[in-house]
Design a protein around this ligand. Sequence first.
Ligand code: ARG
Ligand code: ZN
Length: 854
Amino acid sequence: PVIHREDYRPPDWLVPDIALDFTLDPAATRVKARLSVTRNGVHQRPLRLDGDGLTPVAVRIDGEPQADAWRMDGPALLIDLPGDAHEIETEVEIAPEANSQLMGLYASGGNLCTQCEPEGFRRITFFPDRPDVLSRYVVRMEADKARYPVLLSNGDRTGGGDLPGGRHWAEWRDPFFKPTYLFALVAADLVANRDSFATRSGKQVELAIWVKPDDLPRTEHAMAALKASMAWDEKVYGREYDLGEFNIVAVADFNFGAMENKSLNIFNSRYILADPDTATDVDYDNVAGVVAHEYFHNWSGNRVTCRDWFQLSLKEGFTVFRDQSFSADQGSAAVKRIEDVRALRAAQFPEDAGPLAHPIRPESYIEISNFYTATVYNKGAEVIRMLHTILGPEKFRAGSDLYFERHDGQAATCEDFVTAMEDASGVDLTRFRLWYSQAGTPRVRATLTHEPAGGQARLTLEQEVPPTPGQPAKQPMPIPLRVALYGEMTGEVFGGERLVMLEDQHQEILFEGIGERPILSINRGFSAPVTVVSERSAADLAFLSARDDDPFARYEAMQQLMVDTLVGAVARGSADHRPVIDAVQDTLRNSALDAAFIAEAVLLPSESFIGDQMAKVDPVAIHAAREALRRDLGQELEDEWRASYAKTHANRYEYTPAAKGLRRLKTVALGYLAASGAEDAAIIAHRQFRDADNMTDRQGALATLANSPWPERDEALAAFYDRYRDNGLVIDKWFTTQALSTRDDTVDAVEKLAKHPDFTLANPNRIRALVGAFSVNQKAFNDASGRGYRFLADMVLAVDKLNPQTAAKLVPPLGRWRRFDEGRAALMRKELERIVATPGLSKDVFEQASKSLG
Ligand code: ARG
Ligand code: ZN
């Protein structure tokens, strides 16, 4: 059954209050629920309570067991009610330890926890499980005290104590109205890192991060990030925390990154735990980013929530924009922007160009869990960023203030958000709304001509929004482009940067007083999530890569130069590497640039990004062309790489933006030295691996070793495994590093790793570490034999039996078949067809696989 956005209807019944009573046990948990329900509007429809796998043990209406008043309608419970207000009681029994989907109440590492977004609450109790039904919750729970000494839920703890038989109880009340998806409960044997935060109005908030005892020393970074997030949201958005307590619980088994349940965030432990020995700099950054993201949801998501799941980007796009801005303020904003754009291009652009393309506000779905996508999250964040660019920071803030004021305590829509921005700023956003309804990445062709006599330059812009499933014809989008023109001789910017609004399909912009040949710098800061096509010469791109004062544009010019070279090499079998080598050399020698930026700028675009620029992807030719360029860069600039390595090597560990940049450049330099074929590269890599005092250096060296034919390789992999065999998050890295290897034997290795005793389908992180990583390894996954595709399909089917959500997220790489040659396309389609034909498939995987076939 397909759910359509236009079919939205307000709920028939509201549930202002709910009291839940849990008798917790991993094999058999009793859940009693008391709902006060009120008729919403004038109608005669029954009360529908969603359920998923629940059998009612008892149903009472206003205290009486009225057997003829209720019936089951599939998994849901229907109740005929005479009046406009009633009290409904239900009782069910559930088995958390048998819950392998990790939705609803489940067991992880011996503890009990919940995940309710989007539709997990109906696996716990009967309820109208939709985000526009907001309730006040009272939660009582009891459990074995020795096994589960910690009992947590949302809001404030309002009672508790011991019970006979070694049991105990606790009661929690949340004063804020919230939808089901923000409910949470934890019963666990964990310890807390405790701290506190004084809000700007002087309220004291007790903070706790709950983890297994051994992990306690790994919680400092997350705690610091939490406090920094609380201060940042006050300062930048005027948003203060609203309860006396804020708890975070880390669990090892989790389908997503984390969950923003009201005052009880539950996290995938990989986004909480960090210490220098086990977490890389990227891990540290991700921990801070996800902690901030979930904290920011308290306003953008919880105080103002979503009316229906089509509005998901209302909270996710805005909150990703907020966490990106927070991270940019904590370190290098330029490097953060480069990383965010790289992630968008790696995950969202292919989605927008493929069979699963959808607008940031989708029109229909079979399974909403499939729409927690890079489009809804990351393109959604770019759409909010464009509003910020168009309105400017002051008006944007006024719009945000108005949005929170107007909709506090409500379930709102994307339209409400845009209207608030419009009302507060006075800027007409009528056409801007197209960004919510049209899918596809716009292509903007930019041509700059110069008339030296009149001192005029003319910028011609043409846009095209490609067709996507269900949307064959598109309207032109309003595209904000930050543009500057540089004088070729003087290197000066003519008249500063301009914000050009491309509104029409075709537009021309005239620049006056241009006395020398201008060079075009466009989409600076990546001001719009579009692909810019402009025929700029290698010399112009090299100029910008050395001179542009917008760091993103500078990085982008280098990327374009590299892409042009590599696409040319694939087309013609060879290419002139000299312009890239010279530009990289200039960047490496530029003492005004910091190491973190240099490391980003000199990295070659990924094989998948190169493929995205071509009509048909030839993975073998792309790999060969890219390796040839890497080797030339390594050899021609060997002295520079050695100098960069030496400069960054003797650097004591600290987690600061500067030290992070040095570590990044160090491993990038090591990679180029290895590519050069230098005889001592193996020794240098192995020494870095052995002597590292932090995971960034150790894992960086291990990745270089894992790609190599050197004898040190197997020894290093074995040593890494032995050292970290008890740390699941690090063993995930061990799997990933091998799955990403560019060696010829990677498919064999991955098939073998899937039989390793540490590989398990019960843990989503482990599945992603091996299978998810392998599926983005362009060379191995696209092996001409089709073995990579078969392996992925086998895994999808195996995981689907346990955990459909996680299985469905593995499918999209097979949906890229249209981009490949006939042979590979047929092999990929065969696997998709095999998946779709499998009896008992979940609707999650069915939707992804059938849509991928087209
Ligand atoms: N709201 C969470 C976040 O982005 C994601 C939870 C998604 N979970 C799911 N099972 N679909 O922070
Ligand atoms: Zn989120």
